[in-house]
Design a protein around this ligand. Structure first.
Ligand SMILES: Nc1ncnc2c1ncn2[C@@H]1O[C@H](COP(=O)(O)OP(=O)(O)OP(=O)(O)O)[C@@H](O)[C@H]1O
Length: 307
């Protein structure tokens, strides 16, 4: 079963003032498998926040079907809402509540009975046990973010959504957030996250969807996405920085870096590293060092969102 199933999802924001109505989502179809760490990527304005806010029940869709943990948002609103927890981007917290108070309040809102609440366990998970009764006002930005994660967990949802969880956070907090995410995922929670850090998505996510102009342009496992671009780069450092002319095979691109290294980009399916090394030697270059670089998620992303 899928944790999330979305069919034909559209969102048009109403016209405001002299601005025309805005189509933010233009028919999104998306299946998010249970148990995955799923990355939702896309350029600014692609529609990621709109999609997440619809999942969270904060924005009303214009058209289409959304199922969360098998529950249709329209015909089963309570159960679909109970199945998902969202850690928002904004650091908005009520200043009058301590972390414990905020978690208890949130649990109350979700109708979690007192005996079933996991407040202390959550405080421990997010590393706020010793701040449990402090004023929210006295919490640092990092602590607030952790508390927002905690609030998303009070009803023990099947699906956890993290909207840009690591934007602007320091390395220590980032590591802690990712450790928490991995732990929750290992316990069976499906995780959906948006991030602008493609390296992070590449490292964390099993599967990725890229959204552009309000539609999904690709959805695949991270591994398959990386395999999609078979471009490679060969960087050759010559023993002396002479200028050489090369007869480049078709499809091979050449660049001379400022430090004198020779940079060749090619497609594995078309050219081999041996072809390029042979050509370079034939041109009289004595090679001091060679490095290769694989395509990364950033290359895939740029390739698919250029339009
Ligand atoms: N409340 C709103 N009213 C009108 N237009 C909106 C509203 N919210 C978003 N939009 C527009 O809808 C489009 C999609 O916005 P959205 O915030 O979903 O993109 P995003 O992918 O989350 O971008 P970012 O990465 O910058 O957060 C944008 O063109 C945006 O200007």
């Amino acid at each position: 079963m899928n944790a999330i199933e979305i069919r034909g999802l559209r969102k048009t924001y109403a016209a405001q003032g002299n601005q025309a109505p805005k189509d933010a989502l233009n028919g999104v179809d998306l299946d998010i498998p249970q148990g995955s760490i799923f990355g939702l990527l896309g350029p600014n304005g692609a529609g990621k926040s709109t999609l997440i806010n619809i999942l969270a029940g904060l924005v009303l869709k214009t058209q289409g079907q959304v199922k969360i943990w098998g529950f249709d948002q329209d015909s089963n609103p309570r159960q679909s809402r109970a199945s998902i927890g969202v850690m928002p981007q904004e650091l908005h917290l009520d200043p009058f509540f301590s972390p414990r108070g905020a978690l208890e309040m949130q649990a109350g809102l979700y109708g979690v009975a007192r005996g079933d609440r996991q407040t202390d366990t959550i405080l421990q998970l997010i590393g706020l046990s010793d701040k449990a009764d402090a004023h929210a006002r006295s919490l640092s930005g990092g602590m607030r973010r952790r508390l927002l994660l905690g609030k998303a967990l009070v009803h023990n949802p099947h699906v956890l959504v993290l909207d840009e969880p690591t934007a602007g956070v320091d390395i220590e907090l980032r590591n802690m957030l990712w450790a928490n995410v991995r732990k929750l995922n290992a316990q069976g929670m499906t995780i959906i996250l948006t991030t602008h850090y493609l390296e992070e998505a590449q490292e964390m996510c099993d599967e990725i969807a890229i959204i552009n102009h309000g539609a999904v342009v690709v959805q695949d496992t991270t591994q398959n996405l990386l395999g999609r671009l078979d471009s490679k780069t060969l960087v050759i450092q010559p023993q002396s920085p002479q200028i050489h002319e090369f007869e480049l095979p078709t499809g091979v691109q050449f660049d001379r870096a400022d430090d004198g290294t020779l940079v060749f980009s090619y497609r594995r399916g078309q050219t081999s590293a041996e072809d390029i090394l042979g050509m370079v030697r034939d041109a009289g270059v004595r090679i001091a060092d060679v490095k290769t670089q694989e395509a990364d998620l950033e290359d895939v992303f740029l390739d698919l969102t250029r339009a």
